[in-house]
Design a protein around this ligand. Structure first.
Ligand code: NAP
Length: 279
């Protein structure tokens, strides 16, 4: 039997087992996807022991996404640029790592807006945290014209400019309206709007009618940002699809099958989130 798992500390809120075990069953693979709470002091020995424990690989979540870099034999350019990984897989006798958040974000946008390409387009990004970095890496690889970043802590945007170069522009909230007018894709990568966090207060009326508004927050399933964009008739991309699409690549690396993100899977994970919120 093949095995994969997700590791974090704590780990009980991860929905990865639900997603991967759904695909395992759908494709009738002799495999199981587990969850393991791994304390920081046990991270190195757990990752180095993956093969001995019978795992093909694992997902890595908070707080291990940076520390795990020191535990693997090889990581790709996505990981070296962003300094963070979320997927480990065994191949060619080595422990390898990648990051699938950027692919997950972009494929989710395309699944909503078929045929969309960010090439030569202007992006307005709210936030400059870990997910923002993974998304920037992917959008620049897809030839985005520029990514204008607004973040509470401006020094973090300067770090993005150092990593990704001159296509990253720093903006202040005062200039938001101006930037919005030339935006093709607006993305919230901050935790604002998430249940239990402060609301994201932003006026979207300066966006052009073709603009896409994406939120990577998925609890609640439809954030106020997404509701406001819908009310203006804009194309909207809620965050749950990113979670599902980022899982595709890991599954493919471990089990050699590229699974589909279907409405059945989407509804199942959505129901799990609603149940947790007692809605
Ligand atoms: N859909 C998915 O698959 C997916 C994947 C990953 C993450 N997420 C969600 O994305 C969100 C961000 O995750 P992350 O890992 O990137 O977090 P992170 O690295 O901690 O970054 C958080 C970002 O939010 C900003 N922020 C937080 N509170 C704020 C506030 N009160 N006012 C203004 N800005 C604030 C931070 O600004 P400062 O730099 O100023 O602190 C930073 O830019 C979380 O809600 C997470 O659940 C979703």
């Amino acid at each position: 039997m093949k095995k994969a798992c997700v590791i974090g500390w704590p780990i009980k809120h991860s929905r990865s087992p639900l997603i991967h075990n759904y695909w395992i069953k759908q494709h009738q693979i002799d495999a199981v996807y587990e969850r393991h709470a791994v304390a920081p002091e046990n991270l190195h020995s757990f990752i180095r022991g993956l093969e001995a424990k019978g795992f093909s690989g694992c997902n890595v979540t908070i707080p291990h996404k940076q520390a795990a870099l020191a535990c693997v034999d090889h990581f790709d350019a996505r990981v070296s640029l962003t300094g963070s990984l979320n997927t480990i897989y065994l191949a060619d006798g080595k422990i390898n790592a990648t990051s699938t958040d950027g692919e997950g974000f972009y494929n989710n946008v395309i699944s909503v807006k078929h045929g969309f390409t960010v090439a030569n387009k202007s992006v307005l990004m709210l936030g400059a945290g870990g997910s923002a970095k993974a998304i920037c890496e992917k959008l620049l690889r897809e030839n985005a014209a520029q990514i204008v970043i607004v973040n509470r802590t401006q020094s973090r945007v300067a770090e993005f400019q150092k990593i990704f170069g001159t296509k990253i522009k720093m903006a202040t909230e005062a200039k938001l309206k101006e930037h919005m007018a030339e935006t093709d894709l607006l993305i919230n990568t901050t935790s604002q709007g998430m249940t239990g966090q402060p609301e994201l207060k932003i006026n979207l009326t300066s966006l052009p009618p073709h603009a896409i508004v994406a939120d990577i927050v998925y609890v609640p399933l439809k954030t106020q940002l997404i509701k406001n964009a819908e009310a203006l008739g804009l194309t909207t991309v809620p965050g749950l699809g990113m979670l599902l699409h980022q899982a595709v690549e890991g599954f493919h690396l471990w089990f050699a099958i590229r699974p589909q993100v279907t409405s059945v899977l989407y509804n199942m994970v959505e129901a799990d989130i609603l149940a947790e919120q007692n809605i």
